[in-house]
Design a protein around this ligand. Structure first.
Ligand code: HEC
Ligand code: HEC
Length: 470
């Protein structure tokens, strides 16, 4: 990490205050009790200015710890703050499986790109860097309480005071010790203990249970000594491994381990960087986290060319919060680096990049018809279908590759697609142009009409709480 990094400024960006006290690591702390208190903090609406909003108001477990309101998801995808007419500018990401993100830094080796790149931190733009507390997840939790567009508390002291007056204050002090919630003498230290307690809950097995259909399959594959990273789309159309395709490379080699044929085909497409593959796993990686299961993120930053979400309510926020009005552009990591004082040579190549989210629980919803939003601004409203995010990947890659082969853009399928050309004329305008065109990453084109449904079927295996039917 470069030393020109602006520590104080980053803190100010994050939460509008500075001068945190230092709380030593959680030595001798009862982890289970810590998690229980953390859960109470996460769900406590009293910790917002008008006692109406908790962390869970925007990160609802039933929706995979993201936005709980299908109407909002259908439109701007930004949850209102505690003060209802105030809105931030991005879609809430899931808080599950995110606690293993390292601190934000520019010296991580990116295997797919073969160079050192930025990775880590919290938020879509990485601005909860982890520099202040040595833990990006705890540091992230310092933000929402004090963000005027979220829980809107005037200062950290009042947050501590509210916790000190809560029903679970005694439990908190039983975990952290007497006077650990001292809003008069030690507001900074107390606030830090609060956010570390929340982070403990966010990292707990309850929030990260690894109980998806995929996890069961992963266990079975491991027991059978099979490495799922070998799976390819070689001999894809064959329902048995053709001669010449090495063992482990055909999707049928993974039958009987808990995934259906379609889900296995989806896994093959997800993983393969050649042939029929979509190469999703180059960023949503199979790299195992501390629990021994893939996290589906490299914690890196990329510009996929996602369009603006015209319904983003932030465009209409007063000048105080959005001086650019309708012209506001979400520059992601680059915008953050610029605002925190890095040189143009550092931030320019990062403009428009957002953090790779884990795909775990991407399809978790309270009911099948509940609309979720996808992407940092919630532009996409579905995984599947012509307007879904999976088709966007195929379309974007194909556009950049000369416009052939996505199989789903012309030929009368998309609006405006011409007939009689065998489906080879891409519908150039199916998706609006990228919000930021610079620094876009080249992606692997794939035939959406042929493999899109398999990919979606695979993504749906990542939802926790799976119960095998027999
Ligand atoms: C008003 C809605 C809202 C509330 C309330 C809220 N969040 Fe968020 N949360 C968001 C949004 C939006 C983002 C993404 C913001 C960004 O990237 O700029 C986010 C990002 C996060 C992230 C980052 C995840 C990642 O992978 O980068 C975590 C963790 C998180 N919130 C936890 C919390 C906690 C803990 C609280 C309570 C202290 C909370 N949130 C309250 C909307 C909310
Ligand atoms: C070059 C790296 C990269 C590749 C390859 C990639 N992704 Fe992503 N993915 C990202 C990033 C970065 C984001 C967040 C982008 C944003 O919102 O601006 C993302 C977001 C997503 C989301 C939305 C997540 C959310 O919480 O809203 C889904 C779903 C997704 N990707 C699925 C896929 C699938 C399926 C593939 C393969 C077809 C794929 N990704 C390939 C980097 C990648």
């Amino acid at each position: 990490m470069k030393k020109s990094y602006s520590f104080i400024l980053s803190l100010a960006v994050l939460m509008g205050i500075s001068g945190m006290g230092s709380v030593s690591a959680q030595e001798g702390i009862d982890e289970q009790k810590l998690i229980e208190v953390g859960k109470k903090l996460f769900f406590d609406v009293n910790l917002s200015v008008n006692k109406k909003q908790s962390c869970a108001s925007c990160h609802d477990p039933a929706a995979g710890f993201t936005g709980p309101d299908p109407e909002i998801n259908t439109a701007g995808a930004v949850e209102p703050g505690a003060i209802g007419e105030r809105f931030g500018n991005r879609k809430p990401p899931s808080v599950t499986y995110t606690g293993e993100s390292p601190n934000l830094s520019n010296d991580y080796y990116n295997e797919a790109l073969g160079i050192e790149t930025w990775a880590g931190g919290m938020f879509w733009d990485g601005r909860a860097t982890g520099e202040t507390l040595g833990d990006p997840l705890a540091e992230q939790a310092m933000g929402p309480f004090l963000n005027p567009l979220e829980m809107a508390m005037p200062d950290a002291q009042l947050v501590v005071q509210r916790v000190a007056k809560s029903e679970y204050a005694e439990e908190f002090e039983a975990v952290w010790g007497p006077r650990s919630l001292d809003w008069k003498k030690d507001p900074e230290g107390s606030y830090e203990r609060i956010v570390r307690t929340i982070a403990a809950y966010e990292r707990s097995p309850e929030v990260n249970p690894y109980t998806s259909k995929f996890d069961l399959f992963y266990d079975n594959a491991r027991d059978a000594k099979k490495d799922i990273k070998l799976i390819t789309t070689k001999g894809f159309g064959n329902s048995n491994r053709p001669k010449g395709v090495p063992l482990g490379q055909h999707w049928t080699d993974y039958r009987g381990l808990g995934l259906s044929d379609n889900e296995l085909k989806g896994l093959a497409v997800f993983n393969d960087s050649q042939r029929m593959g979509a190469d999703c796993a180059s960023c949503h990686t199979f790299t195992e986290g501390s629990a021994g299961y893939p996290l589906f993120t490299d914690f890196g930053f990329y510009n996929l060319g996602i369009p603006k979400n015209p319904d983003n309510p932030f465009y209409d926020m007063p000048e105080k919060w959005n001086p650019d009005g309708e012209d506001w552009i979400d520059y992601g990591l680059g915008g953050y680096l610029k605002s925190s004082g890095w040189d143009a040579a550092v931030y320019e190549p990062e403009m428009g990049k957002h953090k790779t989210p884990s795909l775990r629980n991407i399809d978790q919803r309270p009911s099948p018809d509940f609309v979720k939003a996808f992407g940092h601004n919630g532009f996409f409203k579905s995984l599947d279908g012509m307007e879904g995010i999976v088709h966007f990947y195929a379309w974007r890659a194909t556009m950049d590759d000369g416009g052939m082969g996505d199989g789903g853009m012309g030929g009368g399928m998309g609006p405006g697609g011409g007939m009689g050309d065998g489906g080879m004329t891409p519908n150039l305008s199916l998706f609006p142009p990228p919000e930021v065109d610079e620094n876009r990453i080249a992606m692997k084109p794939f035939n959406f009409m042929m493999v899109g449904d398999y990919l979606v079927a695979f993504l749906q295996t990542l939802t926790d709480g799976y119960e095998p039917s027999e």
